[in-house]
Design a binder for this molecule. Structure first.
Ligand code: AMP
Length: 424
């Protein structure tokens, strides 16, 4: 076939949807419980939105962004992540004038041009939350607890929470200088990307996955031991509250995350069942981001999880979805003489909001029953001449394997009441 989905993208097929909806529903139920309201921002933004936030020297901006010029000459980019767009919208709509904190969630596709591999795509789907307006360590903890509760509800057991503090604009620059000095001496061992990072973005040296760089970065000064007093106090308060909530964490001084806007807390939930693409979700604090957009100083903290990668990890760890409930009505009008009744019932049920289906393929009764079973219908209405002549309608309850007869009005009442029960 000539046309295929572009490299690094995947069609999400109807058979995949129950798993996707399950993840989305678990996520949205948590958003309700934690008080996050949905926001939908455009899939593309001015390039500058990402340059200012994610960072001009970051890999995401330098190597991974899909940028283009539109017919009006504007430089745009497909969003590589959503915090930048949500922050831009926060300022544009004056959300700093609302009672704080402002708690938002989003979900949708993100785009990064990277070498595709298991768990890494060029278009992938993220769900995330952002909490704006509070510097309280409790806000960091809320975002981490939300993420941990999300993975718990999906049934994950052995995920590891990696935690670090990347400091602030006071303590990070002197730390970066110290780091740079130490690594300069080992420069020859670094990959070509890290040779550049050493000049432009020394913090990013810490999370390079190339073995030679990892070896060269052993026993360098730790950022969490070089924090200013206020960053150290903030980090201690975060850890104390995580302890209180019995959330285990691993202090990972090499966790800096790829986007430049992080300050203070950085975290990632890591799966041991995945290979190199092992982070299922992560986030952190970004107290300078709104200011970078020339908005009023507004702290923030957030996180994002990746749907495709989580589904992959669930499969690897043998986590199953809750079994799909049988639902709706399949109308098996066996002889042609019963098809009008079948048609009228079909639309009557659909108008009442029930899932209802009938056969368009001329199947035999046996084949229709099989089809209804495969389609996970709860009831099959069987219209045959014998019962039709008596004005009766036969219903088979597929979950119990029982069959009963009803008069037409009774049948409707019965099916509608079953729907109300199913919806409750
Ligand atoms: P990040 O925005 O890089 O912190 O990523 C947050 C989460 O999004 C990761 O933990 C992954 O689950 C997911 N993710 C990031 N990049 C990709 C990608 N290229 N393909 C698939 N999932 C991704």
């Amino acid at each position: 076939m000539k046309h295929k989905a572009p490299r690094g993208t995947k069609d999400v097929l109807p058979a995949d949807m129950p798993a996707w909806h399950y993840l989305e529903n678990v996520f949205e139920a948590l958003c309700r419980a934690y008080g996050y309201a949905e926001i939908r921002t455009p899939i593309f933004e001015d390039v500058d939105v990402f340059i200012r936030s994610v960072g001009e020297k970051s890999d995401v901006v330098q190597k991974e962004m899909y940028t283009f010029t539109d017919r009006g000459g504007r430089r745009l980019a497909l969003r590589p992540e959503c915090t930048a767009g949500v922050s831009r919208a926060f300022i544009e709509h004056g959300f700093h004038n609302l009672p704080q904190p402002v708690k938002l969630y989003y979900r949708g596709p993100m785009f990064r041009y990277d070498r595709p591999q298991a768990g890494r795509q060029r278009q992938f789907y993220q769900m995330g939350i952002e909490l704006f307006g509070s510097t309280d360590p409790g806000a960091d903890v809320e975002v981490i607890k939300f993420t941990s509760a999300f993975f718990d509800r999906l049934g994950f057991k052995g995920l590891q929470l990696h935690l670090n503090s990347v400091g602030c604009r006071e303590c990070r620059p002197p730390y970066q200088e110290r780091l740079k000095k130490v690594v300069e001496l080992r420069k020859a061992a670094l990959c070509s990307d890290c040779q550049k990072r050493l000049q432009d973005n020394p913090l990013r040296l810490l999370d390079c996955k190339v073995p030679g760089c990892q070896a060269a970065l052993q026993e360098v000064p730790r950022i969490d031991e070089n924090l200013c007093a206020s960053c150290a106090a903030h980090f201690e308060a975060v850890k104390t509250r995580l302890d209180l909530l019995q959330i285990d964490y691993f202090l990972d001084s090499h966790l800096v995350r790829g986007l430049d806007y992080y300050t203070h807390t950085a975290f990632e939930f890591v799966s041991r069942s995945l290979g190199s693409q092992d982070s299922l979700g992560g986030g952190g604090r970004y107290d300078d981001l709104i200011e970078a957009f020339e908005g009023p100083p507004t702290p923030g903290v957030g996180m994002a999880v990746g749907v495709e990668r989580i589904l992959l990890a669930m499969e690897k760890e043998g986590l199953s979805l809750p079994p799909a409930a049988l639902e709706g009505v399949y109308i098996a009008a066996a002889p042609a003489s019963m098809q009008n009744e079948g048609l009228l019932l079909l639309y009557r049920l659909r108008e009442a909001g029930l899932r209802a289906e009938a056969d368009y393929m001329g199947r035999s009764l046996k084949a229709m029953m099989k089809h209804a079973h495969r389609g996970k219908y709860r009831f099959v209405v069987i219209l045959d001449e014998e019962t039709g002549e008596r004005g009766a309608w036969k219903i088979r309850d597929m979950s119990r394997g029982e069959q009963r007869e009803y008069a037409y009005e009774e049948l409707l009442t019965f099916l509608l009441s079953e729907r109300a029960e199913g919806e409750a």
